[in-house]
Design a protein around this ligand. Structure first.
Ligand code: BT5
Length: 280
């Protein structure tokens, strides 16, 4: 590793970063169902993969896998999630929601609301949800969500809700290709955050939003999602699996699809894809 290698800068930047003290998280946690048990790793491949194995072996709803770093942190569609050690938060929560498989995407949208509401608490800027799973601050990605559902016999057996939040990692320490596109709580505030406090807040907000979804249904989540949605009325390019749609983002349908009005004035419903804003 050379001195100009971003990883050496990262190592230097993170020297002194203390490991998470989960007693400080669990001991004061004000949550009904999430955070019942923590599985902690100094390093892991992917917290989502380990949480899935636990869930398949009967782990209860609310158990959390948390790691200081991931060697194979995953985004959607096989993309990589950069997971440098001792600076950020990488965790996966086991959920066993009473949802039909078609409703499983609601978990990602619920988590986006929880993250936006939690992050809102730490910074003066308003976090923005970029459909479906990004939290942006100043137009840059601060957090990502990877919800992976397992369905059996027409019902959701479990969902692994994976969350990555850039907390204390300075953006200069990120890989070159991410420096223009990523940010962290430290970059936004210039304050080193107490990661235990941030984790506790995230789990509490997830617990609250998950409870709202279960008790009151998606109607309780949708307006809060809309309130943080940053692309309303903006021209966007949506990259679908096999085609590209260009139009104006109009919001979200009741079933969680992104609504995009195409150039013929037809409202298209998008259930999976990547959205690229064409204007700020
Ligand atoms: C995501 O995917 O944003 C989902 C990220 C979920 C990560 C968590 S960490 C804990 C749990 N365990 C896992 O293995 N995963 C979850 P996607 O929308 O596909 O975005 C991936 C893209 O985000 C990459 O292709 C990069 O462009 C960018 N990216 C990667 N690492 C980043 C980081 N640390 N901060 C900001 N952007 C990043």
């Amino acid at each position: 590793m050379s001195a100009s290698d971003p990883r050496s800068i990262l190592t230097a930047a993170l020297d002194g970063g203390a490991p998470l003290d989960l007693a400080k998280v669990g001991g004061h946690l004000d949550a009904k169902r999430l955070g019942t048990k923590f599985h902690y790793f100094a390093e892991i491949g992917s917290t989502n993969t380990h949480a899935r194995e636990l869930a398949e072996n009967g782990a209860a709803e609310g158990e959390v896998v948390v790691a200081e770093s991931q060697s194979a942190g995953r985004g959607r569609l096989g993309r990589r999630w950069e997971s440098p050690p001792l600076a950020n938060l990488y965790f996966s929560v086991i959920l066993r929601p009473k949802l039909a498989p078609a409703q499983a995407p609601q978990i990602t949208l619920m988590a986006a609301v929880a993250l936006a509401e939690a992050i809102d608490w730490f910074i003066p800027q308003r976090p923005v949800i970029k459909w479906p799973n990004d939290i942006l601050v100043n137009g840059k990605k601060l957090a990502g969500i990877l919800a992976e559902a397992a369905c059996i016999a027409g019902r959701v057996e479990h969902v692994i809700l994976g969350i990555g939040v850039n907390v204390n990692c300075p953006v200069d320490a990120m890989p070159q290709e991410l420096r223009q596109r990523a940010t962290s709580l430290f970059d936004v505030t210039r304050i080193h955050m107490d990661r235990e406090f941030v984790l506790r807040r995230l789990i509490q907000d997830l617990d609250r939003c998950y409870g709202d979804l279960e008790q009151f249904g998606f109607e309780a989540i949708a307006p809060r999602w809309e309130a943080h949605f940053g692309l309303r009325g903006k021209r966007v390019r949506v990259e679908l699996l096999d085609q590209v749609l260009i139009g104006r983002a109009r919001g979200m349908s009741r079933d969680g699809a992104l609504l995009v009005e195409d150039d013929d004035g037809i409202l298209q419903r998008v259930f999976a894809g990547d959205v690229i804003p064409l204007e700020t």
